[in-house]
Design a protein around this ligand. Structure first.
Ligand code: ATP
Length: 402
């Protein structure tokens, strides 16, 4: 079990607290077009203000690649945070991030004040986890709090390096939630535990398939990756997406499932069309055939109706469900039925339902089921690495509870 020290376990009264947030928001003409990440960061910031800390926020935004790029400045974030918090968030404009301006801003802080540093990736050392910049960041604070899950799979100065030079390192509420659900629920799930994997390619998720097979009771495969499995079973898959270099891997996984006594569910029927829709949301003529009857000139683009019912049924009896990757080309309404059926079954169950970030999170929200899930991960790459069973540097670097 991961048992990390959190903001509830530390005393920050009168202390300078450096908080690594994920303020990597989309900007258009200097305006924030989606402020979800700012809103999500508020509980941790408010808690530290209420406890009387001097709250120094930092984050990266975009990829300025070690150069100060005005269009990637965090200045608009400071302005919006000021409105959201109802108190001034002083922006420490500083091309060096921890230069004279930042130091002066921090020196002038009173308990409960908030300062936001400039984009950490203005410094070329940031993504190399360089010692000097890590020390500079640490020199600003007495306590470090990491609340940026989206970068937890990377070892950078502002989430990992800095922790070497600060005595107290904890995680914020957002990180805590990701650790509780993706880290602990997956490793110590209430059973039956059903894992659902979809998305385009088997190759993208080799380690996820293998790790989840060990942890879950039933592994459900859909989406483009299903056809490599079907081909590995010796079936004709027509012109469907197949990775011929991963056929042996799929066979291995099917053998592994059998050896471990796990259920591995593959589509029993499939929605086919003549070709991939172009544009992606184009009207398209489809039919549904059994998975062993895909014509050689047709392409599988979604799970079939029988499969959707079968998968929904498997979800019904589960106590924990983890889902990553759509069941078909959900961007097209005609090919979204399988993904909707699975999303609906997750929305209707009382089980703990965890969505593993990225496209899957977007699909669930877009289909209107977002608020019905127990947890939707905020990190694409980071959540996948958690599902692979890897240690995340950003999580490892936070101290354990005493
Ligand atoms: P993340 O890991 O970020 O959650 P994901 O698993 O949802 O992402 P991808 O592996 O990129 O993301 O898969 C999503 C894409 O897979 C979608 O764009 C979808 O259209 C495509 N896809 C799903 N089923 C098929 C299929 N049968 N043939 C081709 N593409 C498919």
């Amino acid at each position: 079990m991961l048992n990390k020290k959190s903001v509830d376990d530390i005393n920050v009264k009168g202390k300078k607290v450096l908080v690594r947030c994920d303020f990597n928001v989309p900007l258009k003409d200097g305006k924030i077009t989606d402020e979800n990440r700012l809103v999500a960061a508020l509980p941790t910031i408010k808690k530290l203000i209420a406890d009387g800390g001097k709250v120094i926020l930092c984050s990266h935004l975009g990829k300025p690649k070690g150069e100060p790029k005005p269009e990637m400045s965090l200045a608009p974030v400071a302005a919006r945070l000021t409105e959201l918090l109802g108190q001034e968030v002083k922006f420490a404009a500083d091309a060096n991030v921890v230069g004279e301006n930042a130091k002066a801003a921090v020196a002038a802080m009173k308990d409960g004040d908030v300062v936001l540093l400039e984009n950490t990736r203005y410094r070329v050392e940031e993504t190399k986890n360089g010692e000097a910049f890590s020390k500079e960041l640490a020199s600003l604070c007495d306590v470090f709090v990491n609340d940026a899950f989206g970068t937890a799979h990377r070892a950078h100065c502002s989430n990992v390096g800095v922790t070497e030079y600060v005595d107290t390192c904890a995680v914020g509420y957002l990180m805590q939630k990701e650790i509780d659900f993706l880290g602990n629920a997956v490793n110590n799930p209430e059973r039956p535990f059903v894992a659902i994997l979809g998305g385009a390619k088997v190759a993208d998720k080799l380690n996820v398939i293998s790790n989840l097979l060990e942890k879950c009771d039933t592994l459900i495969i859909g989406g483009g990756m299903a056809y490599t499995f079907l081909k590995a079973k010796g079936l004709e898959v027509g012109t469907s997406l197949v990775d011929d270099t991963k056929i042996d891997y799929c066979k291995e996984m099917m053998e592994k499932a059998e050896k471990l006594g796990k259920k591995l569910l593959l589509p029993v029927d499939t929605t086919i069309a003549k070709a991939f829709p172009d544009p992606i949301d184009a009207e398209i003529e489809i039919s549904v055939v059994k998975s062993d009857a895909i014509p050689a000139d047709m392409m599988g683009l979604d799970i079939g109706t029988e499969t959707a019912a079968l998968y929904a049924d498997a979800v019904k009896s589960a106590k924990t469900v983890v889902w990553n990757g759509p069941m078909g080309v959900f961007e097209n309404p005609i090919l979204a039925k399988g993904t909707i059926a699975v999303a609906k079954s997750l929305a209707e169950t009382d089980a703990t339902t965890i969505i593993g970030g990225g496209d899957s999170a977007a699909a669930v929200n877009q289909l209107g089921f977002g608020d019905k899930m127990t947890h939707i991960s905020t990190g694409g790459g980071a959540s996948l690495e958690f599902l692979e069973g890897k240690d995340l540097p950003g999580v490892v670097a936070a101290q354990d509870k005493e």
